[in-house]
Design a protein around this ligand. Structure first.
Ligand SMILES: C[S@@+](CC[C@H](N)C(=O)[O-])C[C@H]1O[C@@H](n2cnc3c(N)ncnc32)[C@H](O)[C@@H]1O
Length: 202
């Protein structure tokens, strides 16, 4: 991987690398919130600063972006956020205890807009299985995309899965804080939000 001149690759030392034998240690009793595809960390840093009682984990497969996340973390002196490098499917599956995650955000995931590439999208039925295993009983999942057909695909997966129910929270986060959210807002593009959790009896 080629890094830009101003990247300090030493910052990667504190990034947790994917390791199928390593379950991340979480602080018991503190809610664990995960962002899948955290990019440069704009959204998660903001959440971590505002909610010091939660522990945040940002996952991305691009290490240069995780350097940007670490820069922000160091600059703000934040103690309740960690970054994980790897494919989010594998990281979620192998590195978190079952039922340990209180909330998962997936904001503006790579949309793979061409039909022939749709199979590369991360959110599929097998991904829903991982989410079910990892979410705590009253946990939430928030999916945000500006691609209507990705939204429809994910709505179809969740609404036909009896383990989940779509919820309508009174208050939603400001997604324009994320880098892509900010871009779409500037361009006046609409985006779609799906919030769901496990059914009470699951
Ligand atoms: C379009 S960007 C959105 C970044 C951020 N969520 C935002 O709203 O600004 C998608 C991010 O997801 C990451 N990503 C895509 N597929 C991934 C995967 N399978 N595992 C981990 N990260 C992934 C990309 O590297 C990229 O940083």
């Amino acid at each position: 991987m080629k890094y830009k001149k101003d990247y300090d690759i030493n910052l990667l030392e504190d990034v947790i690398k994917y390791d199928h034998e390593n379950i991340v240690q979480t602080n018991s009793g503190r809610p664990v919130i995960v962002e899948i595809g955290c990019g440069n960390g704009h959204f998660l840093i903001n959440k971590a600063v505002e909610n010091v009682g939660n522990d945040y984990f940002g996952i991305d497969r691009k290490s240069d972006r995780l350097i940007r996340c670490r820069e922000k973390e160091v600059k703000h002196g934040i103690k309740n956020v960690k970054w994980m490098h790897g494919d989010a499917f594998d990281v979620l599956k192998d590195m978190f205890d079952d039922f340990s995650i209180s909330g998962i955000y997936m904001l503006f995931p790579d949309p793979w807009p061409k039909r022939k590439h749709h199979k590369k999208r991360l959110f599929k039925n097998d991904f829903a299985d991982i989410i079910f295993k990892k979410l705590a009983a009253k946990g939430f999942f928030i999916f945000v995309t500006d691609f209507a057909d990705y939204y429809v695909e994910v709505c179809g997966i969740i609404s036909s899965d009896p383990r989940f129910e779509v919820t309508r929270p009174d208050n939603l986060d400001d997604f324009s804080i994320s880098l892509f959210g900010e871009r779409w807002q500037k361009e006046n593009r609409t985006y779609h939000i799906l919030v769901f959790g496990k059914k009470n009896d699951r």
